[in-house]
Design a protein around this ligand. Structure first.
Ligand code: PLP
Length: 408
């Protein structure tokens, strides 16, 4: 595996310039143009291969082009792709039943992107607050955590504390209170009779794979139950075996009132998100109050059903756990050698780069030149989330490349 990339050639530069000419600059991609993917590996237009340690921010937990998922997608493409929910389709029910069973809940509300599912959870929580808890009209509050990332809609960025995400996009929707992440007492102190829900990521991904202190999720569960407040877990990135367990909440044997799922649920093929909850919560939504033209479409439902079946075998939980332990040991050896600290849960790591050796972006660019794709977040952190189909030897090779670029 001595795959070495050099500076981008003329063809790559031309493709990037053509893209830059017509695509809004809302991202700052690494200078590589991918044209094929298989498992944990991608190939660029120059024919160079790279190990993908980002997996589209965990949307590719099963890797690129997983044969079972492709077969399901192809079969469904030939049969039926979209009905809207003006009619029933024969895939939505089986998908919802399987996902509800996986999560141990009654009902599923399907959407497309993660941000839409978070918006759905907010609407459901507010409706539950008014119709079940008896909160006065338009007074419902939702408690969130500092450093959160829940998506890019105006309501969601309104309760972010990241200036890049929110500056210039107000005015924002009221009804959110933000408290320090990892501090359950701060959540309890923020509750009022108007609080409908607490919305947190069990592990904060975009913030740099921030793992809360042990007991945080259990404490939130206990506080929410005691105060009659819904616990909403945004498991869009942390869920579906990213951390070894099916959901990151499983790490503390905690069951939230609502799971918000997305990313890997669509198998890396289509956008598919969902809110999963019991009937006493999700049942508050009535016909006409919420929806999506594409939400619950038969193509996404067929793929989502296959994803849930794959998650039900236990294989990916086992891989995520075993490979995660392997990776943790390897990354731990880098601390003090260009790395100041590592946070890791399953196959998900935030690696803080010593500023003396470079920024997160610089390290990501040097890794690119050695055939490894990873992404920086918040300046000094390198965030990695390899597909769960990666091999231990491939992880070893990638960590070796990291060791080399840190020493350069
Ligand atoms: C990615 C992400 C979202 C948003 O999902 P999109 O599909 O990009 O809208 C929301 N919450 C978390 C925790 C995420 O990681």
């Amino acid at each position: 595996m001595s795959i070495q990339a050099s500076a981008p050639d003329a063809a790559t530069t031309a493709v990037i310039e053509a893209e830059d000419a017509h695509v809004a600059h809302n991202y700052h991609p690494l200078p590589v143009v991918i044209s094929r993917g298989e498992g944990a590996w991608v190939t660029d237009i120059e024919g160079k291969r790279y190990l993908d340690l980002l997996s589209a921010y965990s949307a590719l937990n099963f890797g690129h082009g997983h044969p079972a998922l492709l077969a399901t997608a192809r079969e469904q493409l030939d049969r039926l792709t979209l009905t809207s929910r003006a009619y029933h389709n024969d895939m939505l029910g089986p998908f919802a039943a399987a996902l509800a069973e996986l999560a141990g809940k009654d009902l599923v509300l399907p959407m497309n992107t993660g941000a839409e599912a978070v918006e759905t959870a907010i609407k459901v929580a507010r409706a539950w607050g008014y119709r079940v808890k008896g909160i006065p009209a338009d007074a419902a509050q939702i408690v969130v955590a500092n450093g959160n990332f829940h998506g890019r809609t105006t309501t969601i960025v309104g309760f972010s504390d990241d200036p890049t995400a929110r500056s210039g996009f107000g005015p924002f929707a009221p009804g959110f209170v933000s408290v320090p992440y990892g501090d359950a007492a701060a959540i309890e102190a923020a509750l009022t009779p108007e609080t409908a829900a607490v919305l947190v990521e069990p592990i904060q991904g975009e913030a740099g794979v921030i793992i809360p202190p042990e007991g945080y999720l259990r404490a939130i569960r206990e506080i929410c139950t005691r105060h009659g407040v819904l616990f909403i877990a945004d498991e869009i990135q942390s869920g579906l075996c990213r951390v070894g367990t099916t959901f990151a909440c499983d790490r503390e044997d905690v069951v939230p009132d609502m799971y918000v799922l997305g990313k890997a649920l669509g198998g890396g093929i289509v956008p598919l998100s969902a809110v999963v909850a019991d009937r006493d919560v999700l049942g508050v939504i009535r016909p006409g109050e919420h929806g999506s033209t594409f939400g619950g479409n038969p193509l996404a439902a067929a793929i989502g059903l296959r994803v849930v079946e794959m998650l039900s075998s236990g294989e990916f939980q086992q891989r995520g756990t075993a490979l995660g332990e392997h990776l943790a040991a390897k990354l731990g050896d880098l601390v003090g050698h260009g790395v100041t600290s590592v946070r890791i849960a399953g196959l998900w790591a935030g690696i803080d780069i010593d500023p003396a050796v470079g920024t997160g972006r610089e390290i990501a660019e040097r890794l690119l030149a050695r055939g490894v794709l990873a992404k920086d977040t918040h300046g000094q952190t390198l965030r990695i989330a390899p597909p769960l189909v990666v091999r231990a030897t491939e992880l070893d090779w990638a960590v070796e490349q990291l060791r080399v670029v840190l020493a350069a």
